[in-house]
Each structure stands twice: as C-alpha cells, then as structure tokens.
Design a protein around this ligand. Structure first.
Ligand code: SF4
Ligand code: SF4
Length: 153
C-alpha cells in the first residue's frame, strides 16, 4: 500500500511539471542559429575556386565549371554542383572556407528518405533549400558583379 502511494505521488508531481518533449513532427523544431544543417548553395555567388571540394573531409562535393560566357567578365561560372548527403557529415568546413558565401549552412536537418539515391542533391535542390539560412550569412550579401569595360556616361 505504501509503495502504491509513493508511486502515485511521483506520478502526480510529474503531471504538473512543464513538458520536456516536443510534438514533433507536427510542430517544427527551432534549432539554434549556429546549428550545422543542410547547406544552401547560390550558383551566382560561386567563383569555382574549388576550396570547398579540397577541404571536404569525406569527398562528398563534386562540381564542374566553365569559362564565363560574358566576355566582359573574367573567371569561371559554375555548371554543376552536387553534395552527396550519404557521406556528408555536416562538419561546416566547406562553408567556412567559401570566400563568397556561395555555400552556407541552414538550420534544416530533415533528410530521411527510403532511397539512398535521393541523398545525392544537385545545385537546383540546394538552391531551393533557402529557408532558415544562418543569420550571419544573410548580413553581408555579396554585391552583384557589374560588367567591366566602358565607363558610365
Ligand atoms: S559539411 Fe563537411 S562533409 Fe559536408 S560537404 Fe561540407 S565539408 Fe564536406
Ligand atoms: S562554393 Fe564557394 S568554395 Fe566552393 S567552389 Fe564555389 S566559391 Fe569556391
């Protein structure tokens, strides 16, 4: 009888305590701003420097570039950019080294799927992943390059 009363006492105490669980996935989880989530990629900012590819510890980034079609612009533009989330460990190194913030972290983390093939994400998918970008990466937008050659009248 004493044991029953003790048990009920514990139950009653915990019934009035604040909840420590979330109603996930019905209610989305808000992650801290420094959370390392699935990357957003902006092809217009990429200068095809390959630094993200070189620093990646798991070799999960692949990209191709081509000569800038605009004769007034130097350098290359991105053609394809892919991240294989089967092996990406979301370490944040690619975003740390990117000089133009073309690839940045978001707070998004939901990647579960029934097929491994769906974990291979291309630049269109990464560009569409444009919500919950880490706030420090939205403070300093890179100015759009203006064509060189010729002076404004
Ligand atoms: S987060 Fe890390 S593992 Fe993932 S693509 Fe970037 S550098 Fe590679
Ligand atoms: S995403 Fe950034 S680091 Fe990677 S190639 Fe483009 S500009 Fe360079």
């Amino acid at each position: 009888m004493l044991g029953l009363i003790k048990g009920l006492n514990v139950t009653l105490k915990n019934m009035v305590k604040p909840k420590v669980t979330y109603n996930y996935p019905q209610e989305p989880l808000e992650m801290p701003d420094r959370f390392r989530g699935i990357q957003y990629f902006d092809p217009d900012k990429c200068i095809v420097c390959n630094q993200c590819v070189r620093v990646c510890p798991t070799d999960c980034i692949s990209l191709t570039g081509k000569k800038n079609p605009d004769p007034n612009q130097k350098g290359k533009v991105i053609e394809t950019y892919n991240i294989n989330f089967e092996i990406c460990i979301l370490c944040d190194l690619c975003t740390e080294v990117c000089p133009t913030e073309a690839v940045v972290m978001t707070n998004n983390f939901e990647l579960s799927t029934y097929s491994r093939d769906e974990l291979f994400k291309n630049s269109e998918w990464l560009f569409a992943n444009d919500e919950n970008i880490r706030s420090e990466n939205t403070l300093n937008p890179i100015p759009v390059k203006k064509p060189t050659g010729g002076t404004p009248s």
